[in-house]
Design a protein around this ligand. Structure first.
Ligand code: BG6
Length: 507
């Protein structure tokens, strides 16, 4: 992709960092993620000329495919893309190889080692390997163990492991998984993906906060009254009931994506822009976070499930009627909660998190509401003045918005709110890379800044442990509400804020 030099804001947008020669090994190569996300992201990197010429992708799964079969299947999945870039594909597919491997079978992993040596010779990949575990989470631990046992992780400068979420399903299992993974290799070899960190606007939270002087002095309890973090989706559970039934919104979205947005919004400035400095600050703030009511956690959390909805023309089934879902399921597709962060910066500021499927609009945002002016000198056009708000729009419509009061035109002195907008699209024109493009490149570069470290993951699980235990041991205390598909969630979630005299922002 070329960078236009007509728009000065776009000049130098792609600062190139060079990916070393290497072989990317994808376990789970016959699965969904490989052809939906990974191969398209790699093809994009190839077209951007970001991949080295000494490069190979080795797909691995149990199916007895050949290299040709793997290439053919990937080509089928990317048919539309390839149609526009036929000659690029013709070159790219030469990097694709396949080896049938069952990670549980030591002999298979030894054979994999031999194949990698052959590829090193054929493609000059110099023994550098990134192992991507796109397999069921149940195999993360044993997968890392098998790779270590075959000696494939022994050089920390040449081998890395990338793991998809979920990392564990609660605090205990996350600790256990970290122990196994860290015994197989060093922490700096492990790249835990949270695809929200691949989003340009999530990374922009750091730049907005720490590259400007106007925000930091007011980014604290003295000026900020409350913070809302929302990740709303219009889709339902889709074809993923098998996974989702056992996960629910708390594990699927809150423990990872919403918590990452929370951490970036609230962390202290790192001493320098370096992966460990940033991840130290994120881990630190998460360790200071807690549910608003730890003694009675059911009072600060609402769980719900979507019921039927949609229109007469386009009806939508309720969660319990979705294929593969237990008709008596109590898995939440919506969750809202209130947290506090007990540190000097945030003491007393409520943080409200919510996420849900089948909501009216796909939107993710962080909303910081500032304290009201201490004295109201002017009448407000709408009755009462609107507090200043800074809205970080993560998606879609990536950008930021600032709401403030101005004088309403006319002879009186009434105030009314207006907003100031920044849009990535308008300012930069060029669409941002898909999250996986950025994250795969960073993993292959060995840059862990945008990956979650073991202690961060544990701190995040620990934060939600009282809720997870309650759901397990005393579900009646945290009953599952119902909301009509296509609405903004249950009334109980509105009450969570109404009790504090607040309302959810309507995106
Ligand atoms: C995934 C969840 O991690 O994130 C999905 O497993 C969810 O359930 C998805 O739909 C949302 O991601 P995005 O990028 O569309 O906001």
């Amino acid at each position: 992709m070329t960078v236009s030099h007509t728009n000065p804001l776009r000049v130098g947008l792609r600062q190139e960092r060079v990916i070393a020669p290497q072989c990317l090994v994808i376990f789970g190569a016959s699965g969904d993620l490989t052809h939906r996300k990974l191969i398209p992201a790699l093809f994009e990197l190839f077209r951007q000329r970001r991949l080295p010429s000494e490069f190979a992708i080795l797909g691995c799964a149990r199916r007895p495919w050949s290299d040709e079969e793997f290439r053919r299947r990937m080509a089928e999945a990317l048919a539309d893309e390839i149609e526009q870039h036929q000659s690029a594909w013709a070159q790219f597919e030469g990097c694709l190889f396949y080896e049938p491997v069952d990670l549980e079978q030591p002999a298979d992993v030894v054979r994999l080692g031999t194949r990698l040596e052959v590829i090193d010779r054929q493609r000059a990949t110099r023994g550098n390997r990134t192992f991507y575990l796109s397999v069921s989470p149940a195999f993360y631990g044993s997968g890392c163990r098998s790779l270590a046992a075959a000696g494939l992780l022994k050089d920390p400068t040449r081998s890395r492991v990338v793991i998809e979420k979920p990392f564990g399903r609660d605090y205990g299992s996350a600790q256990q998984l970290n122990r196994v993974v860290q015994a197989a290799g060093q922490e700096n070899q492990v790249f835990r993906i949270d695809h929200y960190l691949g989003k340009e606007t999530v990374q922009n939270i750091l730049v907005l906060r720490f590259a400007n002087t106007i925000f930091e002095p007011i980014w604290n309890r003295n000026f900020i009254a409350n913070v809302q973090i929302t990740a709303a989706e219009t889709v339902g559970v889709e074809e993923r009931a098998g996974y989702y039934e056992d996960s629910g919104a708390l594990r699927d979205m809150v423990q990872n994506h919403l918590t990452q947005m929370l951490a970036l919004t609230t962390m202290e400035a790192p001493g320098r822009f370096d992966p460990e400095a940033i991840r130290n600050e994120k881990a630190k703030v998460l360790q200071a976070a807690r549910l608003a009511n730890e003694e009675e956690p059911w009072k600060c959390c609402v769980r719900a499930q979507y019921g039927r909805g949609g229109s007469a023309v386009n009806p939508v089934v309720g969660y319990r009627e979705e294929p593969g879902v237990n008709p008596q399921s109590t898995t939440e597709t919506y969750v809202a909660m209130k947290l506090f962060i007990d540190n000097w910066r945030w003491q007393g500021v409520p943080f409200y998190l919510r996420t849900g499927k089948r909501l009216p609009k796909r939107t993710s945002e962080v909303v910081l509401t500032f304290r009201e002016a201490p004295v109201h000198l002017f009448d407000a056009a709408g009755g009462s003045p609107t507090a200043n708000q800074l809205i970080l729009r993560i998606q879609p419509d990536e950008g930021a918005e600032f709401l403030f009061e101005v004088k309403a035109p006319g002879s009186g002195m009434r105030s009314r709110p207006v907003d100031m907008q920044f849009s990535y699209d308008e300012s930069f024109g060029e669409p941002s890379d898909e999250g996986y493009v950025r994250l795969l490149a960073d993993a292959m570069l060995g840059d862990p800044t945008l990956f979650t470290r073991g202690d961060e993951v544990e701190a995040a699980w620990r934060l939600y442990t009282p809720l997870l235990e309650l759901i397990e041991d005393n579900p009646a205390l945290l009953p599952i509400h119902t909301y009509e598909a296509g609405t903004w969630g249950p009334g109980a979630a509105d009450n969570l804020l109404a009790d504090d005299g607040l309302m959810w922002r309507r995106p």
